[in-house]
Design a protein around this ligand. Structure first.
Ligand SMILES: Cc1cc2nc3c(=O)[nH]c(=O)nc-3n(C[C@H](O)[C@H](O)[C@H](O)COP(=O)(O)O)c2cc1C
Length: 326
């Protein structure tokens, strides 16, 4: 799959997940085989009004390149101004516009998935961003707002016409949030309706899922979100499978803990101990999923406020020591 000046080989992309896919996560995703990563979504207004918290989300590292920055906004002129700021200040290979976020905080302002209700406005947003930057502008969307509203096909045609370089489609409606099963048929329909690259997304939890999604829909790329949480090896497995390479064994518990410790160390380096210990709790819970005594280990992890104690707990899990008494 080609995106602007780069070719994604194989076309496996780490999905943006706000509050989760920070720099440490993205570096690991790249190392493990994702050929492209996407920032957490950032607010166009936050960039235009120069809010420090918004810019902090965009701290990037050479190690995670190539990276796409994802914006959310609903006013064409604001999206264009924010895109121009990104192009000036942040080394990235494309700018993506979020047209799929289901949270009321976003949709009540007409942003994220609410744009699915107005494909014409979605097109205007893309057109004005495309005029403002020389980087490719892409869109990430869902199947539809709900079962009775215009679908991703209409939106895809509008944004293609407006100059979008690619479109990612998550096969769920906004109404479904993350429940039920992703409908991959909509990805096929979008693939058939436009000539820009289409990235399939939703419920890829194994290399086999990725193959089925690609073969079943003809999509050009695969985007993986929740399946990679605590399991960045999924990027390796999908990449190898798409390249026709042999499957590798699943990581052992000590390997999983090693990776968790690395992510923890990178997060401490970037965000400081206090924030890292708290933000890493969710990731550590994912890394130890399925390990014997995981629920009780998780309790210990969540109660720990010292980095030294946290590392000690992780080393004990790696050594598969018995749980300490409560
Ligand atoms: C906690 C969480 C945060 C998310 N944040 C974003 C986001 O910032 N931008 C976006 O386009 N999608 C976001 N998504 C949606 C994912 O990118 C992806 O479309 C969705 O999880 C379906 O893919 P999956 O089944 O592989 O997880 C988020 C999903 C989750 C679970």
């Amino acid at each position: 799959m080609i995106l602007g000046k780069i070719e994604l080989i194989p076309p496996v992309i780490a999905a943006p997940m706000a509050g989760i896919t920070d720099q440490s996560f993205r570096i690991i995703a790249r190392e493990m085989g994702a050929s492209l990563v996407v920032s957490e979504m950032v607010s166009c207004k936050g960039l235009i009004y120069d809010q420090a918290k918004t810019w902090e989300l965009l701290s990037t590292d050479e190690l995670e390149q190539p990276i796409v920055v994802q914006l959310f906004g609903s006013v064409p002129d604001e999206v264009a101004r924010a895109a121009a700021l990104i192009e000036q200040k942040i080394p990235c290979v494309a700018i993506d516009i979020n047209m799929g976020c289901p949270t009321p905080k976003i949709t009540k302002n007409g942003e994220g998935a609410a744009l699915m209700l107005n494909p014409r406005l979605a097109g205007e947003i893309v057109k004005s961003a495309v005029r403002a930057v020389s980087l490719p502008v892409t869109v990430k969307t869902r199947k539809a707002w709900d079962d009775s509203s215009p679908t991703a096909v209409e939106l895809a045609k509008e944004v293609e016409q407006a100059g979008a370089a690619a479109i990612a489609v998550h096969g769920r409606t906004r109404a479904a949030f993350y429940g039920g099963k992703a409908d991959w048929n909509i990805i096929r329909s979008v693939r058939d309706a436009v000539s820009i690259p289409v990235i399939g997304n939703g419920d890829v939890f194994s290399a086999n899922d990725a193959l089925r999604l690609m073969q079943g829909t003809g999509c050009h790329g695969i985007m993986v979100g929740r399946g990679a949480l605590g399991n960045p090896w999924l990027f390796r497995d999908i990449s190898r499978s798409l390249l026709g390479q042999a499957e590798l064994p699943a990581p052992t518990v000590p390997e999983r803990i090693d990776m968790a410790l690395r992510q923890l160390a990178m997060t401490v380096e970037r965000k400081g101990e206090y924030a890292a210990i708290r933000e890493m709790r969710q990731h550590l819970a994912w890394y130890i999923k399925g390990v014997s005594g995981a629920a009780r280990w998780r309790d210990h992890i969540n109660r720990t406020t010292s980095l030294e104690d946290l590392c000690e707990i992780l080393l004990q899990i790696a050594a598969q020591r018995p749980l300490p008494a409560d």
